[in-house]
Design a binder for this molecule. Sequence first.
Ligand SMILES: Cc1cc2nc3c(=O)[nH]c(=O)nc-3n(C[C@H](O)[C@H](O)[C@H](O)COP(=O)(O)O)c2cc1C
Length: 213
Amino acid sequence: MSDENKIAEVIRQRQTSKVLGDIDQPLLPSGLGKDEIDAWLQTAGNAPFHHQAERLHREKLTSQVPWRMYKLDAKTCRDLLSQLSKSAPEAGKILNMLAACDALILATWTPDQCADDQLMFEGTERNMEHIAAASAAVQNLMLLATNAGYRTYWSSGGILRTPQIFSRFEIPDCEILLGAIFIYPNDVGTSEIKEGKLKDARGAIDDWSRWVG
Ligand SMILES: Cc1cc2nc3c(=O)[nH]c(=O)nc-3n(C[C@H](O)[C@H](O)[C@H](O)COP(=O)(O)O)c2cc1C
C-alpha cells in the first residue's frame, strides 16, 4: 500500500471506542510502554501551530506550543480508579474507562491571559487558533495509536476536568482540558464497547463541502 493510501486507511479506521471495564475487576494492562506513547507524542507534536503559548504557560513545561499533554500509564489509571471509586462515585463511566485503558492522555490547551475572571477564556482569534493547533496534535496522537492497533476515545473528561484532578497531577489551573484521550488495547475481553453517537451523522462530502468561485 502506498503511504498516501496507508494514511487514508488509518484515518478511516479511527473511530471512537468507549470501552467500559469492570471497576471491581480492571483489565490487566496489555503491555503498552511509556516509550511507545512518547514516540507517538513526539510525532503528534509535529502539528501546526500559529501562536506561541504565553509566558505564564511556559514555567514548568517550557514549550511555545499551545498544548500540553499529561500522560497516565495503566498503573496510574488504576490507582486513580481506586481513589475515585471511593471518593467520587459520581465520576460514573469515567471509572469504567479507567478500569479498561492502557493509557490516558490529558490534553490541555493554553488560553491567553484574560482580565475577566468570569470567563473561561476570551473568544479571540488567537485562542481559536490555540485550540485548533492543540486539536491537530490530539488527532495525530489518535491516528498513531490507531495505526499501532489500539482503540481510542476522545472524551470531554467529566470529573477529569475538575480542580481536584488538576491539583493531583500538578496541572496548572491556567490551562484548560481539551480532551481526555483514552487508549485501550484492541482485545478488551468481555468489556462493553460503545461507539460514538454521531459516528453516522456526517452525511456525504457534499453535505459539508462545496467548490466555490
Ligand atoms: C472535542 C471532542 C469531545 C468529545 N467528547 C465526548 C464525550 O464527552 N462523550 C462522548 O461520548 N463522545 C465524545 N466525543 C466523541 C464523539 O462522540 C465522536 O467523535 C463522534 O460521535 C463521532 O464518532 P467517531 O469518533 O467514531 O467518528 C468527543 C469528540 C470530540 C472531538
